[in-house]
Design a binder for this molecule. Structure first.
Ligand SMILES: NC(=O)c1ccc[n+]([C@@H]2O[C@H](COP(=O)([O-])OP(=O)(O)OC[C@H]3O[C@@H](n4cnc5c(N)ncnc54)[C@H](O)[C@@H]3O)[C@@H](O)[C@H]2O)c1
Length: 416
């Protein structure tokens, strides 16, 4: 079996930490038992590009239990945990990744992962899908599955240009994923990343969130909950209105730049905080990103403006500007919660990865019926994942009685 990781000797530590994550993933564990009995992936090769965390290891073991042969590379060079890589390799998964790999290694590892000639590609950011579309042909690939907002945007862009060559399921867009992972997961992991990187005190701090989408809402909610004074920057009128009615001040970045102590981007857009903003910021302002790619804060311009830099803490770089101010960039402008903390916790990734696992089985069984396009997770999968999670949490629901079901489908009943 081929692999390229940092240190196989870390496997035991990785195994312990993966077991801890698995304890908090009851839905995925149940799906794993189902797969072990059914073997839906017998003879199937799956290539995955994901954040290599303990939770991802539980997902891949679930697919493996169902009979899949799996190869894995990173979806971000700073989120890879070397001990998890080692434990996965010991479990028979070909892993090509190590923490803080350079771009050349990152690209080489994508190619190595695709070298298994997969039937299914599982992406977080669409790097595998795009690598395949840069080739003349797909090999054995029959379908893809995408985990995050930015990857779905890339897959849809391929579909709009009529260049998408196989069906892709947008796991990101299903309610049991984005309502919880994007909102509460990113909300928690972003605050966790900022605190671990800086140890700053949040009460009273002016906390600027760029983007009030699923992730931005969660970040703003949690920062507010810890006593920060939150300002939101948006380009979408409805979202800006929502932020206003949720009680946040909404300002253009050019005005927020003067006020913020901490800035977080979560837009999926490039160049959200740039040269013109750095010049306005207070001495000591902290800059972090929670969007998928490291394009939201213009790090190249920050580097260019700086008269000197210093690595102050493991995930914090100080940039001295000519105006005498110092700005502090976290995790090189990459996802702060993944790089400086441990990404979203297992209990919430249980939902996203249950959607991934069940959608992968659906693709294996149904791909012949799907033309190349971007598809939603089937609603029965989403419903089942919610039901399983509620059961695991011990939460009971009401159900509609016969009369209510009839009322729901009636047009005759109105004002009595
Ligand atoms: N950190 C994590 O754990 C994590 C988890 C899930 C998704 N993501 C990533 O976070 C990003 C956001 O995802 P989402 O699900 O919240 O997307 P979303 O589409 O729900 O929200 C993005 C918001 O940003 C706004 N926006 C776009 N450009 C802007 C600009 N220049 N200034 C201010 N606002 C702007 C949009 O109007 C939108 O409201 C994506 O890159 C996604 O892949 C990160």
């Amino acid at each position: 079996m081929s692999y390229d990781i940092r240190d196989l000797g870390l496997a035991e530590q990785g195994r312990q930490r993966i077991a801890w994550a698995a304890r908090h993933m009851p839905v995925l564990r149940q799906i794993g038992d189902e797969f072990a009995a059914e073997q839906p992936f017998r003879g199937q090769r799956i290539a995955a590009s994901l954040h290599i965390t303990t939770e991802t290891a539980v997902l891949l073991s679930t697919l493996q239990a169902g009979g899949a042969q799996v190869a894995l590379c990173a979806s971000n060079p700073l989120s890879t945990r070397d001990d998890v890589c080692a434990a996965l390799v010991e479990n028979g998964i070909s892993v090509y990744a190590f923490y803080d790999e350079d771009l050349a290694a990152y690209r080489r590892h994508i190619e190595a992962t695709l070298a298994i000639d997969p039937h299914i590609v599982m992406d977080d950011g669409a790097d595998l899908i795009v690598a395949l579309h840069n080739r003349a042909e797909n090999g054995a690939v029959v379908a893809g599955i995408e985990e995050t907002t930015t990857g779905v945007v890339r897959a849809r862009a391929l579909a709009e240009e009529r260049r998408l060559r196989f069906p892709v399921i947008a796991v990101n867009d299903t309610p049991t994923k984005r309502f919880f992972d994007n909102r509460y997961g990113t909300g928690q992991n972003t605050i966790d990343g900022i605190l671990r990187a800086t140890n700053v005190f949040l009460p009273g701090a002016v906390f600027v969130v760029a983007g009030y989408g699923w992730c931005g809402r969660g970040i703003a909610m949690r920062a507010h909950g810890m006593g920060a004074r939150v300002i939101v920057c948006e380009v979408n009128a409805t979202r800006a209105l929502e932020a206003t009615m949720d009680g946040f001040q909404v300002l253009p970045m050019a005005e927020a730049a003067l006020l913020g102590d901490i800035f977080v981007t979560a837009t999926g857009m490039a160049g959200v905080i740039g040269r013109e903003h750095f010049a306005l910021m207070k001495d000591g302002a902290i800059l972090a990103n929670s969007g998928h790619f490291d394009v939201e804060i213009d790090v190249a311009s920050l580097r260019d403006l700086a008269t000197s830099t210093a690595q102050v803490r493991s995930h914090m770089t100080e940039y001295h500007l000519a105006n005498g101010h110092a700005l502090y960039l976290l995790a090189q402008g990459r996802l702060v919660g993944q790089a400086a903390a441990e990404a979203s916790p297992a209990a919430v990734m249980d939902l996203s990865f249950a959607d991934q696992a069940l959608s992968t089985r659906y693709l294996v069984q149904q791909h012949q019926r799907l033309v190349p396009d971007v598809y939603d997770v089937p609603s029965d999968i989403d419903e089942r994942v919610a039901q399983l999670k509620l059961r695991a949490l011990g939460v009971k629901l009401d159900t509609l009685n016969e009369a209510q079901l009839a009322y729901q489908h009636s047009w005759q009943l109105g004002t009595a």
